[in-house]
Design a binder for this molecule. Structure first.
Ligand code: HEM
Length: 442
């Protein structure tokens, strides 16, 4: 039996265009309140899409019947034209072949070689924090995360200057992408005014910078234990390496997928740490005796558990990947709802993570929810890194980086924040508008 999914009338979408452009989460939240866990909305492109926060539907799409769902043109066309066709932005065979080649480079064991590089990069950034005045930590965390991926990829050499232009280019291109996706009715203008072309050309500029770095590595004949070496060493079944173009696309994608998500999660975590002295003290008690020496670094995950819980709780309230998109390949059915082939589904991780059915006092920041003894409580309800075969390939890298960053920050400084509420800015990832924090040296 078909249980129809409620549809949002088009007038309601039209009346809310300014809100949708500024912050679609507010509009979505009102619709979930009125219509339940799933609804259909017209994208104003003439296309109906399903938005869902249903735990069952999300697990069905990402895990149980993942073979029937692929990424939508938001990623494979709109995003890919800026950052290229790599792991994040492709589907089917192309994706699978490259996932098999790249994933081993991110395994826990392989990551061991990167831990000290990540620690050194984070330490360098943290030691330069300004003390005694209030600063917005989002750009600071953005630099920290960008430099960490950069060093993870290109471990040797002074790349700071070249990375600064790359960072600028990827940020500007993202703003253009958001305009395209949220204002599809203005696409003709973006094209006509030359704005679109200008931004696409920026992608080529970025690739040029990366190409230089890759060529330098190839001609040096040096071997490093970093992500670039992993990409250079990866082979297709016939023994051939990736083409230079494919390699540059994969590098661009690691930058894009890996830096902003991490920066946002760190900024949100710092907001709550700075607001709550008890939480801050608990982290300090945990990290103050931790040995950050090379040999002890792998113990970060098992020894800094409360620090990890704080980051996990921040990603519950503010999942950087707040919406995940998929398209049904064949007709399907979930919970009695028919899903025709070609339907786009937006999985609302933000809403799932705040669903009162699953999370007691869902809007409060409570890291104790993530105590290892309470693991079973979050099964099927918590997906900050996605789930199923397309789950984030960089999740261990990101968790290690974030735990080290928070540990180093709290060990060195006392944090204070006078901001009452954090304003959310949902771009390609979910960002805070600003997080003003005062640091005082301990
Ligand atoms: C807090 C930090 C991060 C969060 C919250 C995050 C979240 C996610 C999510 C939800 C997905 C799945 C998207 C989907 O199913 O459509 C994903 C995919 C991906 N992430 Fe991350 N990510 C983070 C950090 C990183 C880092 C540090 C890297 C690399 C250095 C990275 C590289 C990737 C790549 C390449 C994919 C595509 C995987 C595939 O489709 O096979 N991410 N990430």
């Amino acid at each position: 039996m078909d249980k129809p999914i409620p549809k949002v009338p088009n007038w309601r979408v039209l009346m809310n265009l300014p809100t949708i452009f500024k912050n679609p989460l507010i509009f979505h939240s009102a619709l979930y309140d009125d219509l339940g866990d799933s609804f259909i909305v017209n994208s104003l492109n003439g296309e109906d899409l399903i938005l869902t926060r249903s735990s069952n539907m999300i697990q069905h799409v990402l895990q149980k019947n993942h073979k029937n769902y692929q990424k939508s043109k938001f990623q494979t066309v709109d995003l890919a034209k800026y950052i290229g066709h790599g792991l994040l932005t492709t589907n089917g065979e192309h994706w699978l072949i490259h996932r098999r080649m790249i994933q081993p480079g991110f395994g826990r064991k392989k990551l061991q070689g990167l831990l000290s590089i990540i620690r050194d990069t984070v330490t360098y950034e943290v030691e330069r924090f300004d003390t005694g005045k209030t600063v917005d930590v989002l750009p600071m965390m953005s630099d920290l995360a960008f430099q960490t991926v950069a060093k993870g990829l290109f471990s040797a050499g002074d790349i700071r200057q070249r990375m600064a232009s790359l960072q600028e280019i990827t940020n500007t291109a993202q703003k253009m992408l958001i305009k395209e996706v949220r204002q599809p009715y203005l696409r003709w203008w973006f094209r006509l005014s030359g704005s679109l072309e200008r931004h696409i050309n920026m992608g080529d500029e970025a690739r040029e910078i990366l190409n230089e770095l890759v060529s330098e590595r190839k001609s040096s004949g040096r071997e490093e234990d970093d992500l670039l070496d992993m990409l250079l060493a990866a082979r297709y079944e016939d023994g051939q390496p990736m083409s230079n173009r494919q390699l540059l696309d994969e590098v661009m994608i690691l930058f894009t997928a890996g830096h902003e998500t991490t920066a946002n999660a760190l900024s949100f975590t710092m907001f709550h740490i700075a607001k709550d002295k008890v939480i801050q003290q608990r982290i300090f008690d945990e990290v103050s005796h931790f040995d950050f020496g090379d040999d002890n670094l792998p113990n970060v995950f098992k020894d800094l558990t409360y620090t990890r819980q704080c980051i996990e709780e921040a990603m519950r309230l503010y999942p950087p990947a707040y919406l995940v998109d998929r398209v049904a390949i064949n007709d399907d059915e979930v919970d009695g709802h028919k899903i025709p082939a070609g339907t786009m589904i937006l999985l609302s991780l933000f809403e799932l993570h705040r669903d009162d059915q699953f999370w007691k006092d869902s809007s409060s920041f409570n890291p104790d929810r993530f105590h290892t003894d309470r693991k079973s409580e979050r099964i099927g309800r918590y997906f900050p890194f996605g789930a199923g075969p397309r789950m984030c390939v960089g999740n261990h890298f990101a968790m290690f980086e974030m735990i080290i960053a928070i540990a180093k920050i709290v060990k060195s400084y006392k944090l204070r924040c006078d901001l009452e509420h954090i304003e959310l800015v949902p771009m390609v990832s979910l960002k805070p508008k600003e997080v003003p924090i005062t640091f005082e040296l301990r």
